[in-house]
Design a protein around this ligand. Structure first.
Ligand code: NAP
Ligand code: MG
Length: 489
């Protein structure tokens, strides 16, 4: 008699215990070529063109992705418009059921999503598994709950859906950003045309598969792939009612200009250069962990990364020593290895950009320090890096590097650090480490940042709003606030 083996459960948290993640890549069901997801079906692009997507840790080609042109965008918008008539009229409770179903399916396929996210984008599997994918599912769960409660979200007002939302997302949190965009749009009765980033389209296309399986009516969500001009074609399409963009400040400004004079609603979630501030009364070991997480999480490809460290002068030496010691323990390398802390840089282009900033920082006179770890000979990798003795006017302090690079400045007084932290074009996030509640309250009201974390960093939750000041954009995603950009009151 053959022994019956126990079927693994679908619990994505514990599931990983029985098979090494490395093995998982062999069981992932990927096609050689992906088409556009329009009106509930995968269709060939009018452009007849496909481009390659690579694994940045191995430089190997994974699959080919369709390149959508203006005609494809128009087709997707027409499908979304047609679907809007029905979708905006079905009962809110029914809408919620579809969104819940999407959330559950993401949980069921979490393992596959996590592996693909790591293969296509280079982030450590531990992060895709424990953060990106569970948060994406949670985002759908959260907004599913709002679908039939909009009258409570907007008491004494009548929220009306906008119509077709064009959504454009970056490559740093591909599935999670798709969830941030799609979930509130659906909950408020809108339909969607979404474009993922060129280097990380695969999980969005897997999401298209999942949406097909969920039975969501055709055309409610359309996912079209391509490069910047595909995004521009979405922005410029006359029959789109709302643009939701997450990406660089440069492209955000172009989009704002492009839609000036139209009645398209706009939200922009743009770049950042967050201050992470350590006072001498902070629990220093905990603060150093927070600094490491703040800058090295996701290779520093995080809009809210704590990329500028401000440390109070009298504890600077000890904090920097602890930080260097901790950096020595970080494992840089194969993102598929569960022990890896820092994976691959998302693309060759991004690695060149980071390396250029390393040269700029040195030329400006800051002292560079890198951990002594080795990095793989193939693939795009960057050692965790510090710029010590950086000053406020340095470009490495003022500009977003979007890599594992931390600048370090010291300060004496609270007034000085507030002034320096705010003296920057961005205002997305900040971190404060201190034992004193009064300091936290003082700083949270004076730092011009959309999110301020106290004695923690990079904590995300679907219930809490996220968004920036100044050149970090406008509009909020997440929480009750995240419904607002998708309704007319
Ligand atoms: P990006 O170059 O601005 O690209 C973002 C998206 O826009 C991509 O899908 C891109 O397509 C598309 N795009 C490019 N040119 C366009 C155009 N002219 N019109 C319309 N769409 C266009 O940014 P990224 O390099 O992917 O992402 C990194 C940036 O995003 C960083 O600055 C980061 O801070 C920011 N970000 C902000 C948040 C936030 O919530 N505030 C969150 C994550 C990231 P291609 O991929 O084909 O170029
Ligand atoms: Mg890729």
């Amino acid at each position: 008699m053959t022994k019956k083996t126990k079927q693994p459960t679908l619990d994505f948290k514990t599931d990983w215990a029985y098979a090494p993640a490395l093995e998982d890549t062999k069981h992932i069901n990927l096609k050689k070529q992906y088409d556009l997801f329009i009106d509930g079906k995968f269709v060939k692009p009018n452009s007849k063109k496909h481009f390659a997507t690579y694994n940045p840790a191995t430089e190997e080609k994974i699959a080919e992705i369709a390149e959508a042109n203006e005609k494809d965008v128009d087709k997707a918008v027409k499908a979304a418009r047609k679907a809007f008539d029905k979708w905006s009229k079905i009962s809110a409770k029914e809408r919620g059921k579809y969104i819940y179903r999407i959330a559950r399916l993401i949980q069921e396929r979490a393992r596959e999503f996590a592996v693909i996210e790591t293969m296509d984008g280079g982030k450590p599997i531990r992060e895709s598994r424990d953060i990106d994918i569970p948060l994406a599912a949670n985002h759908f769960f959260y907004y599913a709950g709002w679908a039939d409660k909009l009258e409570y979200a907007f008491p004494d007002r009548t929220p009306k859906s906008l119509g077709v939302a064009g959504q454009i997302i970056p490559w740093n949190f591909p599935l999670l950003m798709a969830a941030w965009k799609i979930a509130p749009a659906l909950a408020t009765g809108n339909t969607v045309v979404l474009k993922p980033a060129e280097t990380t389209s695969l999980t969005a296309l897997k999401l298209a598969d999942l949406i097909q399986d969920s039975g969501l009516p055709d055309g409610v969500v359309n996912i079209i792939t391509g490069a910047g001009h595909t995004g521009a074609a979405i922005v410029n399409h006359p029959d789109i009612n709302k643009i939701a963009f997450t990406g660089s400040t440069d492209v955000g400004k172009m989009i704002q200009k492009a839609i000036a004079g139209t009645d398209k609603k706009l939200t922009l979630e743009l770049g950042g250069k967050a201050a992470n501030i350590i006072f001498d009364d902070a629990p220093l070991d905990q603060a150093v962990e927070g600094i490491v997480n703040g800058i090295f999480f996701n290779q520093g490809h995080v809009c809210c990364a704590g990329s500028r460290l401000f440390v109070q002068e009298n504890v600077a030496d000890i904090v920097i020593r602890k930080l260097k010691d901790r950096m020595e323990t970080l494992v840089v390398g194969n993102p598929m290895d569960k022990n890896t802390d820092i994976g691959a840089i998302n693309s060759k282009e991004q690695l060149l950009k980071i390396n250029n900033y390393l040269k700029i920082g040195k030329a400006e006179g800051a002292d560079i320090y890198q951990s002594s770890c080795g990095i793989p000979s193939k693939g795009y990798f960057c050692k965790p890096t510090l710029f010590l003795n950086a000053s406020q006017s340095h470009r490495v302090v003022q500009e977003e590097i979007f890599g594992p690079v931390l600048t370090i400045q010291t300060f004496r007084t609270i007034e000085e650090v507030i002034e320096k932290a705010n003296n920057i074009p961005y205002g997305l996030s900040a971190g404060v480490w201190t034992d004193k509640g009064s300091k936290i309250f003082n700083l949270t009201s004076k730092l011009r940042a959309g999110v301020v974390w106290a004695n923690t960093y990079n904590k995300f939750d679907p219930t809490s709003p996220f968004g920036g000041y100044k050149e970090s954009g406008f509009g909020r995603e997440g929480g009750l606030h995240g419904l607002m950009p998708y309704v007319r009151l």
